[in-house]
Design a protein around this ligand. Structure first.
Ligand code: A2P
Length: 324
């Protein structure tokens, strides 16, 4: 099978990229170098990960005249954060990511979430009681302003992240430049069958974030299931002489979903790219699909009255009330 997908713009996007969320400054530079050196050609970044300057240091060592790679050998994605949705802030936010990454263009720029937060320097603007300060900028207006980044050549394509099907259709309805990607949480415990099939029907590529179940998410609690330790995956992995992570990543790419596993461990980084030299039987693909628990691990949550609740659930553009 091919190691890349062709986006609706004609760009070729490698099906496995390096995720950088949760890779702290101090770790991420070595991870990006390890990834580029073992053959990754796709790096997924975001302003909100607060590590783009260090990703940029790694890119500077490998990309450009006289270096191992040319700029256009590597597909680089970044994301517009929720505090930058005001159309007046968008070009500045994009230029800041470009400066941090040391690039003159991005291959893909995503709207990180449909919800807008109050503009400003704080990533998480909060009131005294801890609640987030939102803004009423509509994601459609943000999209229209993001389109001018394509016109100006700052980004090759634009797309979405954490949008449900209805919100994505809403954007497609007003778009001059169509979204090429919707990047969403996706793994065998949240297989996103309906969203993946909807995206396919409208020509939008799905990228899976937290493709391995994000065991290192900051709010993971010990009573939640650990995907990588699921004995059923262990049994499949044993059968193919692969690791559970490789089986999961192969399942993603074999169903046409791009994935961006995060790792700061060179041996795992290398292992996670080695998923194109074996294939899962249809029966095993379906078996893995049947592990779906419709379980979201990545919903920012807060403690209220002694219970953990979804943080942005009351926001009018919160994406996860819809079935998909
Ligand atoms: P680490 O970064 O310490 O190597 P996700 O991409 O779903 O967010 O998952 C990231 C988590 O999975 C991290 O804790 C990462 O650990 C771990 N991880 C990444 N690749 C592998 C692998 N091949 N085997 C086991 N754990 C992995």
């Amino acid at each position: 099978m091919s190691t890349f997908v062709t986006l609706s713009t004609g760009q070729q996007m490698p099906m496995v990229g390096l995720g950088t969320w949760k890779s702290s400054p101090g770790q991420v530079k070595q991870s990006v170098l390890a990834a580029l050196d073992c053959g990754y050609r796709h790096i997924d970044c975001a302003a909100a990960y607060s590590n783009e300057p260090e990703v940029g240091e790694a890119l500077a060592l490998r990309l450009g005249p006289g270096k191992a790679l040319r700029r256009d050998d590597v597909f680089v994605t970044s994301k517009l954060w929720n505090t930058k949705h005001d159309p007046r802030d968008i070009e500045g936010a994009c230029r800041t990511s470009l400066a941090h990454l040391g690039l003159s263009y991005l291959d893909l720029y995503l709207m990180h979430w449909p919800m807008a937060f109050q503009p400003g320097k704080e990533l998480m603007p909060r009131r005294e009681d801890g609640s987030i300060c939102y803004s009423d900028t509509h994601y459609r207006d943000t999209w229209t302003a993001m389109e001018t980044l394509v016109d100006k050549g700052l980004v090759k394509a634009i797309g979405l992240s954490n949008f449900n099907a209805r919100q994505m259709d809403d954007i497609i309805g007003v778009a001059r430049h169509k979204p090429v990607v919707n990047q969403v949480e996706c793994h065998p415990y949240l297989s996103q069958v309906d969203l993946v099939s909807h995206c396919r029907s409208v020509g939008v590529c799905v990228t899976a974030y937290s493709p391995l179940g994000s065991g290192d998410r900051p709010w993971a609690s010990p009573d939640e299931p650990s995907l990588l330790d699921d004995p059923r995956l262990g049994a499949i992995a044993h059968k193919y002489h692969r690791t559970p992570a490789q089986v999961i990543l192969r399942w993603h790419v074999q169903r046409g979903v791009v994935c961006i596993p995060k790792s700061v461990t060179p041996s795992r980084i290398q292992q996670n790219l080695q998923v194109f030299d074996f294939s899962l039987t249809d029966q095993d693909m379906k078996l893995i699909e049947s592990f779906n628990r419709h379980e979201r691990f990545i919903v920012p949550s807060v403690e209220r009255d002694g219970k953990r609740v979804w943080r942005d659930a009351e926001h009018p553009h919160f994406p996860f009330h819809d079935p998909y």
